[in-house]
Design a protein around this ligand. Structure first.
Ligand code: MF3
Ligand code: CO
Ligand code: CO
Length: 272
């Protein structure tokens, strides 16, 4: 068979331009919130600040009301794999936490997440998990080019993560994104080289590996959203929106502040 499966949209230059704007704004939300992610921070306060920033910049939070989700962001600490609901809980020194934001800007969805280290007392193992998870995302991104397959992307992530003796979560995956939040293709973070959808210029999707320090099994808490590791081991995640170009890949959600993985160097305007 030739050509992309017909449920996968092949986007043109205008879509790429729109995704550049939405992706950049989503990344700016994560840049903006970084100095507030400190011991004692209340997660629903962080959510409020993110929502305010999104709205102040002409966008709306895609998560709020999505399938009944109650908040603007997902904030997932420690053994929470994803979809942590911001609450009155406070972050503690030594926590690792993911903040996942999706903005809707002019009808286009920018979806990205990063890990943050809370305070100075994050364990060596937790730091290594965060590091490996970031590297796995970037290895997945690097595998994206016309002619490669999604199996190549999943394999790049899985083989690296498992070599570090961590595990890749199976129950959640990346997704097509654009003028809808979640669409085809499903982007698995594990796989075999050469298998799966063949990539073509114009495809736009997220890559968002969740990596556990222990077993990959997850369970969903009674709130219907919060996914945690079954063995209560630590979990980490990073997410980018990417587009397949004629020659390779474009990342739409790079940080304008240059933030990649923590620790983030927080500079004030006056320091520049
Ligand atoms: N941003 C998440 C993703 O990466 C989706 C969150 S949906 C929500 O796809 F409803 F939990 F917010
Ligand atoms: Co996503
Ligand atoms: Co997301």
């Amino acid at each position: 068979m030739n050509g992309a499966p017909d449920d996968i949209v092949l986007h043109g230059p205008d879509a790429f331009a729109a995704m550049r704007r939405a992706g950049r704004l989503a990344a700016e939300v994560l840049d903006y919130i970084a100095p507030f992610v400190v011991p004692g921070a209340v997660t629903e306060q962080l959510d409020f600040l993110c929502e305010e920033f999104m709205r102040d910049h002409g966008s709306t939070p895609a998560c709020l009301g999505y399938r009944g989700y109650p908040k603007a962001t997902c904030i997932s600490a420690n053994h929470i794999v994803c979809h942590g609901i911001p609450s009155e809980k406070r972050l503690e020194d030594g926590d690792i936490v993911n903040i996942d934001v999706t903005v809707i800007l002019d009808g286009w969805y920018g979806d990205t997440s990063r890990m943050y280290l809370v305070g100075e007392n994050v364990s060596v193992k937790a730091r290594r998990l965060v590091e490996v998870t970031y590297q796995s995302l970037m290895l997945g991104v690097a595998a994206v080019k016309p002619g490669a397959t999604l199996g190549d992307v999943g394999h790049a992530i899985q083989s690296f993560v498992e070599r570090q003796r961590f595990s890749v979560v199976r129950d959640f995956c990346g997704h097509g994104v654009g003028q809808v939040f979640h669409s085809a293709p499903s982007v698995l973070h594990y796989g075999k080289p050469g298998r799966g959808v063949r990539l073509e210029p114009g495809m736009i999707f997220t890559i968002e590996p969740m990596v556990n320090a222990g077993h990959y099994d997850v369970k969903i808490l009674a709130d219907g959203w919060t996914a945690v590791t079954r063995d209560r081991s630590l979990s980490a995640q990073f997410e980018h929106c990417v587009g397949v170009t004629e020659t390779g890949v474009e990342i739409f959600t790079l940080s304008p502040a240059g933030h990649t993985k923590p620790p983030y160097k927080l500079s004030r305007q006056s320091d520049v």
